[in-house]
Ligand binder design. Sequence first.
Ligand code: ADP
Length: 463
Amino acid sequence: DAVEAARTPFARHLWQASPMTATAAPGGETAAVINPAVLSDTVGQVTWATPETVARAAESARRWQAPASERRAVLNRAADLYEDHFGEIFALLAREAGKTQADAVAELREAVDFLRYYGAHADDSAAIGTFACISPWNFPLAIFTGQIAAALAAGNAVLAKPAEQTPLIAHRAVSLLHQAGVPVSALQLLPGAGDVGTALTSNPNVDGVAFTGSTETAQIIHQTMAEHLAPGAPLIAETGGLNAMIVDSTALPEQAVTAIVESAFQSAGQRCSALRCLYVQEDIADDLLTMLQGAMDALVIGEPWDVSTDVGPVIDAEARADIAAHIAKAQAEGRVLKTYSTPDNGHFIAPTLIRVTGIADLEREVFGPVLHVASFKASQIDAVIDAINATGYGLTFGLQTRIDDRVQHVSERIKAGNVYVNRNQIGAIVGSQPFGGEGLSGTGPKAGGPHYLPRFRSQPAND
Ligand code: ADP
């Protein structure tokens, strides 16, 4: 059976696991978790944490005092367990978070890399105490695991609050971490929404917060912590982006189009790194946009576990309504260049192309498969960079060019945590290419890099 599974990792049966349960013991109300691609499919049940559950967990949390060598071994064992349970994890990522197969594979890989990377950097310097780790639904395994692994590797206790949309994959991850040997008192799961987040970030037993999510929520958490937690309690925040790519007239068109499609539409655009605003040099704009629309015509929108699917659902009804309203407004203004029909049994949004005059037209980050396009003249390149910088965000930036001096010039001026040249602008490599932004995009340091783990220790190491 295991051999069969290994040979056919994407066989349908693996993606249709039986319903499961995530329980915060003893918790509050119970709710059904619904598959965003097939609304008739109940993935499982979750029991929400309550403010009382949070208070008890914060009271009973104990720092993980095992020596660094043991923490490293346990986190490595957890990585092994994640890998051993790949079929079940893929099924959950698909059914609970709408992840396509390619996305699910990449996400499991990243989660495993985080466990091994932070585990390898565990040392015996002093921990801070108890960390609240608050994570988003768009990387419900990788970001959830990365925050926890860093906090645990540094010897802290963790109170982990996954996003309300993805409690089941979080529950499975925590049970594997416990199975690997993380003490139950050092890692407790608290499924819930913003109220559980507030209970955590205002609890005086919490000594630090790791957060990934929207810029607005990060600002609320900052305020709550200032009012309730000890002065100096760290907030490590990774937030949103309003990411741009510049394609000049020397770029290789095929390469640019592939990079644009991947950056804007993979994960249905639900990545903080995703491309939101494309600038194409005027003299190639018509040709490039024709090619781009041809590539978009080939994208398959559908159920995430089908091998043919490129674009799965967005996460829930609220997200769908928000993105649809943005598209409808552009449609009323005659600015939609391309959109498609979608299946109607789930929360689908079709890849959509919207014309804008520049990034300043984007009032906010729309978290879906929507790409805005503008054109520029060669003489305007510095003005384009200024406009991108003026958004105040600074997460990812893409450049397609074959002019060496331009790479240098643009990279020096652009304010972005991750700059990608002649490739897509999503993804990072734990260890060698850490990920994180500037300005409204986060507090730094970058996740998966050498400066991240020291923030979880009371005396930052000089690395
Ligand atoms: P997204 O747009 O990705 O859903 P959010 O910032 O709303 O971003 O959510 C990210 C995480 O923050 C989720 O786990 C969510 O439940 C949590 N959260 C939302 N509001 C608060 C809050 N006021 N305090 C703490 N956590 C919160």
